[in-house]
Design a protein around this ligand. Structure first.
Ligand SMILES: [Zn+2]
Length: 138
């Protein structure tokens, strides 16, 4: 499962966070199972791989389309993480104490530096933009 955190333009694939670039024009992005037309939303460009994220105009489902340099490889479902779901999502990776430190830091409250340091290391190891993530928790 691929996760998309739109407010900070991050896609999480196999527990690694990637920066994605927004598509500002209305470009065709495939057809949905519901019969609706999909619009391109984000692209992720890696050396050997490009991933297109599209959203259905009708049912709002998101899909990721994987391409290599020459051809389409596969399609995967995407789950959107809304701002209010960030904490639940982070529970997959961080302990309760680490999350508490993260939230307290974001809200300018007291936190245990060692808990925050552990949270930060884990998130940076997964390539998350730490400061952007903290700003989402304000
Ligand atoms: Zn649809």
């Amino acid at each position: 499962m691929i996760h998309l955190i739109e407010p900070i333009k991050i896609a999480v694939i196999d527990n690694v966070a990637y920066n994605i670039s927004e598509v500002n024009e209305k470009l065709f992005g495939g057809f949905c199972e519901c019969g609706g037309k999909m619009l391109q939303k984000f692209w992720l460009n890696m050396e050997e791989l490009r991933v297109l994220f599209s959203e259905c105009e009708k049912c709002w489902k998101n899909h990721a389309y994987f391409f290599n340099s020459t051809k389409f490889l596969r399609k995967e479902e995407v789950r959107l993480i809304e701002k209010g779901e960030i904490l639940d999502f982070l529970k997959n990776y961080l302990t309760d104490l680490e999350i508490e430190a993260l939230v307290n830091k974001a809200q300018n409250k007291l936190y245990k530096p060692q808990d925050l340091a552990r949270a930060k290391k884990k998130l940076l190891d997964m390539n998350f933009p730490f400061e952007d993530l903290v700003s989402l928790l304000k």
